[in-house]
Ligand binder design. Structure first.
Ligand SMILES: [Zn+2]
Length: 139
C-alpha cells in the first residue's frame, strides 16, 4: 500500500526514511497505556526519531489539526446526515475525540516527523555499508 510514499509512513506509523519498522514501541494503538512511547532509533536505517530535544512537541499542532478534522466529520455525520440536535452532536464529538485520541495522537506524530524526513530507498543499503565499514575499522 503506497510503500515509498509519506502516506504509507503516516498511516502505518513506520520509520519515515526506510518504511521498515514501526516508530512506536507498542504496535497497537489501544493495547497499552504507553501508546506514545517511541523507539529511540530505527534499527533498520538508524534514523534517530527524536531529532532534537522536545521534537515531538510540534506534533501538538498536527494532532490539533487532525482532531479538528475528525470533530467536523463527526459533526457533519451526526448533525447533517443522522439529524441529531446540536447538543447531542457536540456530545458525539466529545465522545468520538476521546475514543479516537490514541489514533489521532499517533497520526499527529507520524505527520510531524514526515514533514522533516523523506523516504530514502537507499537508506538500508547505506546503513548496511556504514555498519560494514565500522566493523572493518574495529578489526
Ligand atoms: Zn528506518
Amino acid at each position: 500500500m503506497f510503500k515509498g510514499s509519506k502516506i504509507y509512513s503516516i498511516l502505518t506509523g513506520k520509520c519515515p526514511r526506510c518504511h521498515q519498522e514501526s516508530m512506536f514501541k507498542e504496535p497497537h494503538s489501544y493495547k497499552s497505556t504507553k501508546i506514545l512511547e517511541m523507539n529511540e532509533r530505527c534499527s533498520s536505517c538508524n534514523l534517530k526519531y527524536q531529532m532534537e530535544p522536545s521534537f515531538f512537541y510540534g506534533a501538538m499542532y498536527t494532532s490539533y489539526g487532525i482532531g479538528v478534522a475528525v470533530g467536523v466529520a463527526i459533526f457533519v455525520l451526526t448533525y447533517a446526515i443522522i439529524g441529531f440536535r446540536p447538543f447531542y452532536a457536540f456530545i458525539a464529538i466529545t465522545i468520538g475525540l476521546f475514543l479516537l485520541y490514541p489514533i489521532i495522537a499517533r497520526l499527529g506524530r507520524s505527520v510531524w516527523i514526515n514533514l522533516f524526513v523523506n523516504y530514502d530507498a537507499k537508506a538500508l543499503e547505506n546503513h548496511q555499508s556504514n555498519k560494514n565499514i565500522d566493523t572493518n575499522k574495529s578489526k
